[in-house]
Design a protein around this ligand. Structure first.
Ligand code: UDX
Length: 483
């Protein structure tokens, strides 16, 4: 099918490249001329695993082309609207790009079009869009408006396109529904391979959920708000673990093993970031107000998340006392691994706080340093995690890149001025750190005391089958009882 995708951001570019990969003829458009010429030159505006190859392959095959919005609208039978809906001052979603695209469609298109809303928008936007198109429709354009929310995650966007849990379609007309099924048919059946997997793991067939546009729009905001709530919940429980002397890993395992809850999104840390959860949560709270619903639960989710930054700074001060004049290594700047995106990244908020306290920051991130430099030019950016750790008073783990797990403790021990790890993502092994002479502080984990390198506690010995010096067996600790 001839498809136009308007907006070449994360959602638009990934959707365009993946639709071309499954055989559609795709025109991807953006009104940012600089971005358009970079894309035509094969340069992507962001790092996303597998996407670079996918774009190159489909441009070479002639199934993917980059062009201006009006040209794309003229050609594509299906028009995916993937423009940005950034937050306004009051937290509401800014829909001005959606409106201007609507104008462009009625001015440039002829015959029949399905106009597919993929940007994250407040409930009832599709209805407004339909009305707006009808009002300004001077070309006798025949059209249907469809809501088709996107659930892809940055860092695994291509995999998420080819292995969605569900494809949600909000549509009324049978014609539009049939076209949506045709567009997604290749994704709705199980696959043997895809651009993210030479051999796809066996996964259940995705669900095709057909509903009305209002319900489809609410699925998106509610899903993101629920996931954000799950993260804030486990962060709250992590605080209780620290206060009570319990282990969040075990507690999360205990909670998540209940099929009704599930293990996913129960990783505690320094809070959620990125361009979706914070803004979608705020927008949903505003939508709730407009609908006359009390969304105070979601306000609490937001408050818990905002507090994570200060709580982490307090954790650092508890170990290092005065921060002025201290040098701290920061491992990870991106809001999550496998992306170069630092928008609303918790790491940046923490760095700003630490620098305000007079600390010096040496940072390393495998992908996100160029983007972080635009926000935080005062930070010292390093070539490697080791270089960042040189002469520092503590190493802060702020993004759980897997490469940080591969570190040599011996080499690290020789580089740092003080052997202290403060792990905001519980990425590293507490036992390993302390058996290498590092003090380890995690999130919701019992702090590991500093121990001579190589000496193991009786607890570790049990697991490691190594004989311990019997005289060191400590008396069981008295947890803070919740009388
Ligand atoms: C999210 C949704 O997952 C996706 O479905 C939607 O389409 C867009 O928004 P994304 O923002 O890319 O995707 O990242 P996600 O993997 O959801 O992580 C969001 C934030 O939550 C990150 O900062 C991550 O570090 C944090 N997080 C995630 C946790 O702190 N704990 C967890 O258990 C999971």
């Amino acid at each position: 099918m001839e498809i136009s995708v308007l907006g070449a951001g994360y959602v638009g570019l990934t959707t365009a490249a993946c639709l071309a990969e499954i055989g559609h003829q795709v025109l991807c458009a953006d009104c940012d001329l600089e971005k358009l010429s970079s894309l035509k030159a094969g340069r992507l505006p962001f790092y996303e695993p597998h996407l670079d190859d996918l774009v190159k392959r489909n441009v070479a095959s002639g199934r993917l082309e980059f062009t201006l919005p009006s040209a794309a609208i003229e050609k594509g039978k299906a028009i995916f609207i993937c423009v940005g809906t950034p937050p306004l001052e009051n937290g509401e979603a800014d829909l001005s790009s959606i409106e201007s695209v609507a104008r462009l469609i009625v001015n440039s298109a002829h015959g029949y079009r399905i106009v597919i809303e993929k940007s994250t928008v407040p409930v009832q936007t599709a209805k407004r869009l339909w009305r707006h198109l009808s009002i300004y429709n001077t070309n006798g354009l025949e059209f249907d408006v469809v809501s088709n929310p996107e659930f892809l995650r940055e860092g695994s966007a291509v995999e998420d396109f080819f292995h969605p849990d569900r494809v949600v379609v909000g549509a009324e007309s049978p014609r539009a529904i049939a076209l949506m099924k045709e567009i997604y048919a290749p994704v709705l059946r199980t696959r043997s391979s895809c651009p993210a997997h030479p051999q796809c793991p066996s996964m259940p067939e995705p669900k095709f959920i057909l509903t009305d546009t209002n319900s489809a729009e609410l699925v998106k905001h509610a899903s993101n708000s629920f996931l954000a709530m799950k993260i804030s919940f486990i962060n709250l429980i992590a605080d209780a673990c620290e206060a009570a002397g319990a282990d969040i890993e075990k507690v999360a395992e205990g909670i998540g093993s209940d099929k009704r809850i599930g293990q996913a999104f129960l990783n505690p840390g320094i809070g959620f970031g990125g361009f979706c959860f914070p803004k979608d949560l705020q927008a949903f709270v505003r939508i709730g107000e407009k609908l006359g619903c009390d969304f105070s639960l979601l306000r609490e989710v937001e408050k818990i998340n905002v507090r994570r930054t200060e709580q982490f700074v307090v954790k650092i001060k508890k170990e290092l006392w005065v921060l002025r004049g201290k040098t701290l290594a920061v491992w990870g700047l991106a809001f999550k691994p496998n992306t170069d995106d630092v928008r609303f990244a918790p790491a940046l908020g923490i760095i700003r706080r630490l620098m305000a306290e007079g600390a010096k920051i040496r940072a390393y991130d495998p992908e996100a340093m160029e983007k972080a430099k635009l926000d935080l030019p005062e930070v010292t950016y390093c070539e490697s995690a080791y270089q960042a750790a040189e002469g520092t008073d503590a190493v802060l783990v702020l993004t759980e890149w897997s490469e940080f797990r591969e570190i040599s403790w011996k080499r690290l021990g020789e580089l740092v001025a003080h052997r202290l790890i403060i792990d905001g993502r519980n990425l590293l092994s507490a036992a390993e750190a302390s058996s290498n002479g590092f003090q380890y502080v995690g999130v919701g984990r019992a702090a590991q005391p500093l121990r001579p390198a190589g000496e193991l506690e009786w607890a570790d010995a049990i697991t490691a089958e190594v004989p311990v010096a019997s005289h060191q067996r400590p008396a069981p600790t008295q947890d803070a009882s919740i009388a």
